[in-house]
Design a protein. Sequence first.
Length: 425
Amino acid sequence: MGERKKYVLAGTGSRGLGMFAGPLLKDFTKYCELAAIFDANPERIKAANGLLGTNLKGYTDFDTMLKEVDPDAVIVTTRDDTHAQFIEKGLRAGKRVISEKPLCVNAEQARRILATAKQVRKNPKARCFVTHNMRYGMAVNEMKKVLASGAIGDLKHVQFQENLDRRHGADYFRRWHRLKRNSGGLLIHKASHHFDVLNYLVDDLPDELVAQGGLTLYGKNGPFRAKRCLECKHTSKCEFYVDMFQNERVRKLYREAEKADGYLRDGCVFDKEIDIEDQVGVLYTYQKGVKVVYNLVAFASYEGWVIQLEGTDGRLELHEVHDTSWLSANPTNQGASPNLGKRLHLYHKSKGYKEIAIPEGKGGHGGSDPQLRYDFFGRPFDSKPTDRMAPVEEAVQAVLIGHAANASLARGSKVVHVQDFLKRG
Ligand SMILES: NC(=O)c1ccc[n+]([C@@H]2O[C@H](COP(=O)([O-])OP(=O)(O)OC[C@H]3O[C@@H](n4cnc5c(N)ncnc54)[C@H](O)[C@@H]3O)[C@@H](O)[C@H]2O)c1
């Protein structure tokens, strides 16, 4: 087998297949062999083999797969709340574990994962990394370079506005993400990308935090509701109506799979069960004093983000507007297309303004997915990890900020200390 190492995939959903299984089978065969796939739903395993055009051995029991296949590495792309158990089992079995973000959905799971990672520390093969692909963003890369060059002096203040539009944002209210117990809410499921990137750019640990937010447009706020779009009587008047089943092949795959586990992809965004926030604001401070204002809205009129870094000598400002037309949804996007793209501005207090060129990225998530895959799978297995391959200790910090924000919200916007959540047990 030479330099080729055996991988198994846990979770055969859209991310597992599109980001990992497909590319491993096609582009990374020099160092990687995808040996087996695991999913709780056998219909999804069947569908995965159908979509990939493979006959991979499929398992509905994770332990049996580990025992029979004895892989070198496990890739975890199951639902967020289930990552922890597979990460811990993989580490205990002495495997490299590569998990999708978020590492897990709360501080309790984070503490357990950290304790397990510590217990197996003596085995250099048992390491966990999280695929925080936003670290690989072309603009983030340029921002990191500008900060390191000292061009804005000492960083003092950060402002991060995350806009999820009514196509993409609404999708989190249709699927499993809509319940906090599955996803930790958008403060963990989605904002873990952003908190991780801020930790990476600021290069410090988060400290004091306070949050405000709520569910203000979706869920109980809707004027009418049904179980799902497919069976809805209100489609003509609902801006969130979606037909996920236009394609006959997709219809067959989804409907068979959902019979087995009841997982709907077109659940009603106005379901009263929904308990995650659709807008949240978080104020927090890093240990060395950098202050952050973070805000997320999940029904924005365009998709993208604005990240502003203010230093003692200048300001770095990133504006991104993203195209979400790839998603199945009504075309409710309110005219963002003329502004699509990214712009990075540097304002210096004495040297004036300049625009910093952002290289064109090709592939998923603005080119970050292919770069991440190269670091993980395009090099010999024992290559030195890069600083963009987030180790478990760093991934924990992204979850902790989200957890602390959830805790602050639950306590009526009480001020909390992020690192305290590492200690509680
Ligand atoms: N980095 C990114 O940009 C990015 C983008 C999308 C998704 N993700 C992450 O990837 C993961 C998968 O997301 P997705 O959109 O593919 O979801 P999905 O719903 O399409 O797939 C999830 C899969 O997990 C399986 N599953 C659920 N519970 C399980 C359990 N207990 N045991 C085994 N299998 C189980 C489901 O059957 C399903 O096949 C999530 O953690 C998500 O946060 C990351």
